[in-house]
Write a protein that binds this ligand. Structure first.
Ligand code: PLP
Length: 386
C-alpha cells in the first residue's frame, strides 16, 4: 500500500453536524440512562464508551484507521511510542522468560529491557538481525522476539517473513516497531508478525506537535493488552493527541513520498562526498527485503576523521539540531553528543554508534537546499579541523 484509501480521509461514521473532521471528544466519562445499559457494558455485551482511560470515540477512530492500514483486526492507542512498546511487551512476559531482540534497537526500548524487565526476571539477548540464521537459532525457548526493521542509527534490515514464520512455528510471539516505514511502506502483519508498534509521535502525526503510540494485532492479543496495559498501566492516548494523529495521517502518503525522495537524494549525495566515510540508508543497498516498498527519510552517516563534529553541527543553517524525527523540519542528532546522555554511554557503545555518526531526519524542505546546507557545513568543519 502506498496511498491512504479515499474513504479513510474523512471521519469513519456520521460525525455530529456532518463535520468533515473527526471531533475531539474531550470527555473523561460517558453517561447511561439506565441500569441495563451500564450493566451491559460491564458484562462485555456492549461496546458503548464508559471511561476514556479504557476507550474514547476520537481515539477509537484512530485505532480503527491504523488497524485498517496495517491489515490488523484491532489496535490500541497509547500516550507515547514507549507506552505502546510497554503495552505490546509487558502483558506477555513473566519472570524466567527470555526475549530475543534485534541489536541496535531504539535506545529507550533497549533500556526498558535492560533496566526494568531484567529487574522482574526477564532476560533479553540481542542478535544481529541482518543475520537471519542467527535470529532463528536464538528463538527456541524464547517467549518473544522484538524487531525493528530498519534498526535505529545503524538502519539494518531483517527478513521479517523468515523470522516470523519460525517464531510462529516455535510458539514465540513477534513484535516489531514499524515507526520508520509506516504501514504505507511495510505491513509486517502480512509477513506473519503478531504485533506492530508505532511511535505515532513520528511520521503518523507528522507535525512535531504530538506524542502518541499505537499497537495493532489480532483481536485476542489486543484484548490481553487491554486488560493490563490499557486499563492498569493507564498510559492511554488522549482525545486531543488522537485528533492530531488522525489529522496527520490524512496527508501521510504525500508526506512519506517527500520524506523518502529527499532522504534518498541526501543519502546518495553524502555517499559521494569526500568528507563522509559511510552512509547508513536501506535505500542504498542492492536488494530490498520482501515487504519493504519504500523508505523513511531517517538515516545516518559517518563523518571523516578530518571533520570537526561540533563545528559541522554548528555550521548548518537550515537543518536544525534536535531529537525526534518525522516532522516537517530536518533535524540532526550527533552521535558524539548522544553518547553523553546520562546513562546512555554504554547503550551507544553497545550499538556501535560511533562518535562520528550523525543521524539525519530529512524533513519536507527542498532537497537541493538541504544538500547545499550539508555541503557548506562539511566544508566549514573541514577548514576548522585543518
Ligand atoms: C524507533 C523509535 N521507536 C519508538 C520511539 C518512542 O516514541 P515516543 O518518543 O513517542 O515514546 C522512538 C522515539 O524516538 C523511536 O525513534
Amino acid at each position: 500500500m502506498t496511498h491512504i484509501p479515499p474513504d479513510l480521509i474523512t471521519p469513519a461514521g456520521p460525525a455530529p453536524h456532518d463535520a468533515s473532521a473527526t471531533p475531539i471528544f474531550q470527555s473523561s466519562s460517558f453517561l447511561f440512562d439506565t441500569y441495563a445499559q451500564i450493566e451491559a457494558v460491564f458484562a462485555g455485551r456492549s461496546d458503548r464508551f464508559i471511561y476514556s482511560r479504557g476507550d474514547n470515540p476520537t481515539v477509537r477512530e484512530l485505532e480503527d484507521l491504523i488497524a485498517r492500514l496495517e491489515g490488523a483486526e484491532a489496535a490500541r492507542g497509547f500516550s507515547s511510542g514507549m507506552a505502546a512498546i510497554c503495552g505490546a511487551v509487558l502483558p506477555f512476559v513473566q519472570a524466567g522468560d527470555r526475549i530475543v531482540a534485534v541489536e541496535h534497537l531504539y535506545s529507550d526500548a533497549f533500556r526498558l529491557f535492560e533496566t526494568v524487565l531484567s529487574r522482574f526476571g526477564v532476560e533479553t539477548v540481542y542478535v544481529d538481525g541482518s543475520d537471519t540464521q542467527a535470529m532463528v537459532d536464538a528463538l527456541p525457548g524464547a517467549k518473544l522476539v522484538y524487531l525493528e526493521s530498519p534498526t535505529s542509527w545503524t538502519f539494518r534490515l531483517q527478513d521479517l517473513r523468515a523470522i516470523a514464520t519460525e517464531a510462529r512455528r516455535l510458539g514465540v510471539m513477534s513484535v516489531i516497531d514499524n515507526s520508520w516505514a509506516t504501514p504505507l511502506f511495510q505491513r509486517p502483519h502480512d509477513l506473519g508478525i503478531d504485533l506492530v508498534v508505532h511511535a505515532a509521535s513520528k511520521y503518523l502525526s507528522g507535525h512535531s506537535d504530538t506524542l502518541g503510540g499505537l499497537v495493532t494485532g489480532r483481536r485476542q492479543m489486543i484484548r490481553t493488552i487491554d486488560h493490563e496495559a490499557t486499563h492498569l498501566f493507564g498510559g492511554r492516548m488522549s482525545p486531543m493527541d488522537a485528533f492530531l494523529v488522525l489529522r496527520g495521517m490524512r496527508t501521510l502518503d504525500m508526506r512519506m513520498a517527500r520524506h523518502m525522495e529527499t532522504g534518498l537524494t541526501l543519502a546518495r549525495g553524502l555517499a559521494q562526498h569526500a568528507q563522509v566515510v559511510a552512509v547508513h540508508h536501506p535505500g542504498l543497498l542492492a536488494a530490498r527485503p520482501e515487504g519493504l516498498n519504500g523508505f523513511g527519510g531517517l538515516f545516518a552517516f559517518d563523518l571523516a576523521a578530518d571533520v570537526d563534529v561540533p563545528r559541522f553541527c554548528d555550521a548548518l543553517r537550515h537543518i536544525r539540531i534536535g531529537v525526534s524525527w518525522g516532522g516537517p523540519e530536518s533535524l540532526i542528532v550527533p552521535g558524539q553528543a548522544a553518547c553523553g546522555l546520562a546513562g546512555a554511554a554504554n547503550v551507544f557503545q553497545r550499538f556501535g554508534v560511533s562518535p562520528r555518526t550523525i543521524r539525519l531526519a530529512a524533513g519536507l524542505e527542498s532537497a537541493d537546499l538541504l544538500m547545499d546546507d550539508l555541503c557548506a557545513a562539511l566544508q566549514a568543519a573541514q577548514e576548522a579541523a585543518a
